[in-house]
Each structure stands twice: as structure tokens, then as C-alpha cells.
Design a protein around this ligand. Structure first.
Ligand SMILES: *[C@@H]1O[C@H](CO)[C@@H](O)[C@H](O)[C@H]1NC(C)=O
Length: 320
């Protein structure tokens, strides 16, 4: 019973994020409507349900920070099921691009072109208020007001959320790593840029302190679909992104339905260390045991560009 009331509280809390996002299926709409009712009935000064409906009717095919929990409930990662990756394009009218798109993600990164016009990654992140949510297929860390910015090809994108795939979605010359973290950014026109960081158990190094700090949340939210918790401390994602690392860049899509294209991918070539227990924690999301990677998509003539990175600097320069 205690659990149940907590669920309600948490789902009500999610309203804030759902409102700013956009519906793309009638199912989503129906669920948002349900959320709105819960919000309206709550004693909190939650925003009025009116604008929610208006926002839901907007033509944008995907919400700001990626697919909603409702979308997650409709698809699966299991290859031989009716809603597995091979069928995503037929599950919803707005998801057809998962099947028909020519610039889908993830891909296997093998051939690449050295890019003279690309330099060290430019970003400024800060410490901000966060929520961790079990979305059904992954854990997502959301900044309520967005966080800092990533500059890609002279445009600024604000960080919205970070989520994890176990094992990795992108592969390097066919090699799949233990884990891949996606940092999803968006600019004022809602164009997206995703920054991806690989983690491996075999990579020497210290486990990420940030990830270690989040372990209690992952533990409590394990296999609890649609539950979320506020993180008590401010979270600054900067330590996850090594500015001295090289990176791969290509144009692709979201790796979950609705598989929207026009996403600029930046994939860091330096791999970070992760502990075995952390991989297990981040794998324990869905109620059923499953991996959460989408199989590699066709390159279709796309070019992956590569920036080699800087030679390693002295210790005090590395850790300001
Ligand atoms: C993949 O392997 C080929 C052949 O060894 C090599 O030239 C290429 O740089 C590798 N690609 C990546 C992304 O490491």
C-alpha cells in the first residue's frame, strides 16, 4: 500500500515532464490525459491541464527529451517478438521511419574519414536539479531546466537527459562494449545532438564517481517501470565527458521509437571504466530480463568523420 501511494506521487510528479513533451500516438494522448487528471486533482500548484492538451496536440513528432514512458511500453528489444526492433516501424504510424529511414542509428563504426575542421569538444555543463526515472527499458537522468550546452558545428544544444544502454548500441569494428551512455541535447528549434560515451569493465581506470553516487537510485528503481525519484544532490555531468578524447561524428536518428532522424551523433573514442556491479545495476531496468540495444542499422552512404583528440595532458590540467 505504501508502495502504491508512492507510485501515485511519482507519477504525478512526472506530469511536469510529460506536459512539455508532445504526444505522437493516441495511446500517448490517452495516457497524458490520465496524467493531467491526476495533476489537476493534486493539491500541488501543478500547471493547469488545459495547456497540456494544447501542447500534446502540437505537430512535433517527438518529445523534447526522447520517447516517453508511454512509448516505451509499446516496443520491445526482443528480436523474435511482434513488437521487437524489426517491427518498430509498423507499431505506430509515426514510427514508420524506424523501418523506412535511410539515416538510422545505431551503426557499426568501421570506416571513417579524418576531419581537419573538427577540434576538441566544446561544452559547458553545470550542477543542476535532477530526477532519475525508470522508463521501462532504460534509466534516465533528467535535468528539470536543461543543463549547460554542447556546441556542435557552431550551434548550441542544451542537455536534456542522460540514459544508458547495456550493452552498447554503437559498435566499433563489430565490437560491442559493455555499456553506452547517451547524453541527449536539443537546440531552440528542437534539433537534437547526442553525445555518446562507451564504458567497459576491461578498461583500466577508476569507476565514475557520478555513477557510483547514483547507485542507490538505480537500486531502488530496479524493475519498477515508470517510477522516478528526485536526486537529493545537484548533478554536474562534466566528469563524464573528457575534452581530450577524440570522437566520431555522423548523422543519424534516435535509437528508440519514433526513431526521428536529423540527430547529430558525437561518439567519444576514449572508453571509460565501469564496475561489473554497475553494469548489472544499469541492466536491471525492465520487468523482463532484456538487453536494451537496437541492432546496427545500414550506413547507406553516410560518412563517419573522426577527430583524433589531443595528446594526454599533465594531471592538474586534466582535472581542474
Ligand atoms: C577498423 O579496422 C580497420 C582495419 O584494421 C581500421 O583501419 C579502422 O581504423 C578501424 N576503425 C575504427 C573505428 O577503429
Amino acid at each position: 500500500m505504501i508502495d502504491r501511494s508512492m507510485t501515485t506521487a511519482r507519477r504525478r510528479h512526472s506530469c511536469g515532464t510529460t506536459q512539455s513533451s508532445t504526444a505522437f500516438t493516441s495511446v500517448t494522448l490517452a495516457i497524458i490525459a490520465l496524467f493531467s487528471v491526476t495533476c489537476a486533482a493534486s493539491p500541488d500548484p501543478a500547471p493547469a491541464p488545459g495547456p497540456t492538451v494544447a501542447a500534446s496536440a502540437s505537430p512535433d513528432p517527438a518529445p523534447a527529451s526522447g520517447p516517453t514512458v508511454a512509448a516505451h511500453a509499446l516496443f520491445s528489444y526482443m528480436e523474435n517478438t511482434a513488437n521487437g526492433p524489426g517491427h518498430w516501424g509498423s507499431l505506430e504510424p509515426d514510427w514508420a521511419i524506424c523501418r523506412d529511414g535511410k539515416e538510422q542509428s545505431p551503426i557499426d563504426i568501421s570506416k571513417m574519414e579524418a576531419a581537419q575542421d573538427m577540434g576538441p569538444l566544446e561544452y559547458t555543463y553545470t550542477a543542476g536539479d535532477c530526477t532519475v526515472q525508470n522508463q521501462g527499458h532504460d534509466f534516465v537522468l533528467k535535468w528539470k531546466e536543461g543543463n549547460g550546452k554542447l556546441t556542435v558545428e557552431k550551434k548550441d544544444y542544451v542537455l536534456q537527459q542522460v540514459h544508458w544502454h547495456v550493452p552498447s548500441e554503437h559498435t566499433i569494428n563489430g565490437t560491442r562494449l559493455d555499456m553506452e551512455m547517451h547524453m541527449v541535447h536539443q537546440d531552440s528549434s528542437k534539433a537534437r545532438a547526442v553525445l555518446s560515451v562507451f564504458f567497459s569493465k576491461r578498461q583500466p581506470g577508476d569507476p565514475s564517481k557520478l555513477l557510483t553516487g547514483l547507485e542507490p537510485y538505480f537500486k531502488r528503481l530496479a524493475r519498477k517501470n515508470n517510477m522516478d525519484e528526485d536526486v537529493t544532490e545537484l548533478v554536474d555531468p562534466s566528469p563524464w565527458v573528457d575534452k581530450t578524447s577524440g570522437y566520431y561524428r555522423y548523422e543519424g536518428s534516435l535509437t528508440t521509437p519514433p526513431c526521428s532522424e536529423g540527430v547529430i551523433w558525437t561518439i567519444m573514442s576514449k572508453v571509460k571504466h565501469v564496475k561489473e556491479e554497475q553494469v548489472k545495476l544499469l541492466d536491471a531496468v525492465s520487468v523482463v530480463e532484456e538487453s536494451n540495444f537496437r541492432p546496427a542499422q545500414k550506413i547507406n552512404g553516410r560518412v563517419v568523420r573522426y577527430y583524433e583528440g589531443e595528446p594526454a595532458k599533465s594531471e592538474e590540467e586534466k582535472e581542474p
